[in-house]
Design a protein around this ligand. Structure first.
Ligand code: UD1
Length: 416
């Protein structure tokens, strides 16, 4: 199993280019299933999760070509509506194929996406919304079977602004008769990106990014060419790396507008963040200070995906910072590993108390999820001595060639 060996203590310096957003690329690639005609997607990150979507699309009969961050998808040959268990398990957001297959084929058979490393990951909001749209869904032996009974437009009130459920409704209702309204929808920038992609293919969706979204069903979607937004969580991660190493990084193509909850926290901790034409420049030189309590919330609140990397940065702060994780139940798996490196973090339920320490030390640690893995990389970059990080398959799900990018910034990191 591959691992990272990192010799800590080098300030990261230089310029990198922001990757396309994983959480936009996955739903947009899935949505290409709805388009008749060639779909060209630019700024598509080369990640193991993205390659898992390609596998599912190919299994369903689509052709997929991918090179230089551009994916070209032709769904003319799609003739299946089943997804085998092993492909479903490769990627957490495979649940989005439920909405896409509902829209394309009126049918889907797939295994339950199930729980994951962040704790249980139910899809009850997805399935009840699809039922409201006139699909019948039954579950047998862990397998989900969806069938169109009488597709109808509906008003769907999501009790919680679930990102995935909002996306599944957009996918299922884009091609339909009548008007579907989502109230209480997720407002993440990636929802805006998905809706913009669908609109570029001929859909009629208004209000994405707000709590109420109006989807006027259209008869068909066409081929289109679209560029994925930049990855705000990758940018937040590099901000934490700059703070941890006292480095200076210019992230070309990064968008500060999607980070309005993160930038004030990073700046309150000490690093200076400058939105400049063409990207974001971060100066992480100087002392890291503790900040007021950080509560993860649905957008526009502080993103749960940035919790772990920012926690790593605050583990070396002067003072104590409290985190409250409101989105996922088990999102503190990096804490024990950070403590192995000398951090002083205690958790109880949804709360973590991070008492800053003057120094972290290299250690053997294991990445147990994607963002927690990135937090360990950040800690290792700052630590005195050598760290070995196992479980980097989790990191590869969301960061394109993290080791190569870090090397270009002067880090001493090897993949072994
Ligand atoms: C997406 C992101 C993930 C991010 C999360 C929250 C993608 C591919 N993933 O995940 O990186 O951490 O948003 O910003 O875009 N829930 C239910 N029932 C449901 C659906 C969700 O109880 O039917 C709960 C979940 O268990 C979780 C919370 O709602 O506690 C948030 O889930 P959701 O917003 O749906 O996140 P994802 O779409 O899975």
């Amino acid at each position: 199993m591959a691992r990272f060996i990192i010799e800590g203590g080098r300030a990261l310096k230089g310029e990198i280019r922001a990757q396309g957003a994983k959480n936009s690329a996955l739903p947009i690639l899935t949505a290409s299933l709805l388009c008749s005609g060639k779909v060209v997607i630019h700024n598509c990150p080369n990640l193991s999760d993205v390659r898992a979507v390609f596998k599912i699309l190919r299994h369903l009969g689509a052709s997929v070509e991918f090179s230089d961050s551009t994916a070209v998808i032709d769904t003319a040959g799609v003739n299946r509506y089943d997804i085998p268990d092993d492909l479903m398990r490769e990627m957490r957001s495979s649940a989005l194929f439920l909405g896409a297959l509902a829209g394309r084929m009126g049918k889907a058979v797939m295994s339950f996406p199930g729980g994951c490393e962040l704790g249980p990951r139910p899809i009850d909001l997805h399935t009840s919304a699809l039922c409201r749209l006139g699909f019948s869904i039954c579950e047998e032996y862990g397998e989900l079977k969806l069938e169109r009974s009488s597709m109808r437009a509906a008003t769907i009130d999501l009790g919680f602004p679930s990102v995935g459920a909002t996306e599944n409704i957009l996918l299922a209702a884009a091609i339909s008769e009548g008007e579907t309204i989502i109230t209480g929808s997720a407002r993440e920038p990636e929802i805006i990106d998905l809706a913009a992609f669908l609109n570029s293919a001929g859909a009629d969706i208004k209000g994405a990014g707000e709590s109420t979204i109006l989807i006027k069903g259209v008869k068909r979607l066409y081929g289109t060419e679209y560029g994925v937004m930049s990855d705000r969580i990758e940018t937040a991660t590099y901000m934490s790396f700059a703070g941890l190493t006292g480095g200076e990084i210019f992230i070309k193509g990064a968008d500060p507008s999607a980070l309005s909850a993160v930038i004030p926290v990073v700046e309150a901790a000490g690093p200076r963040v400058y939105p400049v034409p063409g990207g974001i420049y971060i100066n992480g030189r100087g002392t890291i200070y503790s900040v007021p309590p950080i509560r993860t919330m649905p957008y526009p609140g502080f993103p749960t995906d940035a919790q772990a990397p920012i926690m790593a940065m605050l583990s070396i702060a002067r003072g104590t910072t409290i985190f409250i994780e409101n989105i996922f139940e088990s999102r503190y798996k990096h804490v024990d590993e950070l403590n192995r490196m000398g951090a002083d973090i205690r958790t109880e339920g949804r709360t973590a108390v991070v008492s800053g320490v003057p120094k972290l030390y290299g250690a053997k640690v294991v990445a147990k999820d994607l963002r927690g893995g990135a937090a360990l990389v950040g800690a290792a970059l700052c630590a005195e001595g050598r760290s070995e990080i196992k479980g980097i398959c989790h990191i590869d799900r969301g960061y394109q060639s993290l080791d190569t990018t870090l090397k270009s910034l002067g880090a001493d990191i090897i993949r072994k």
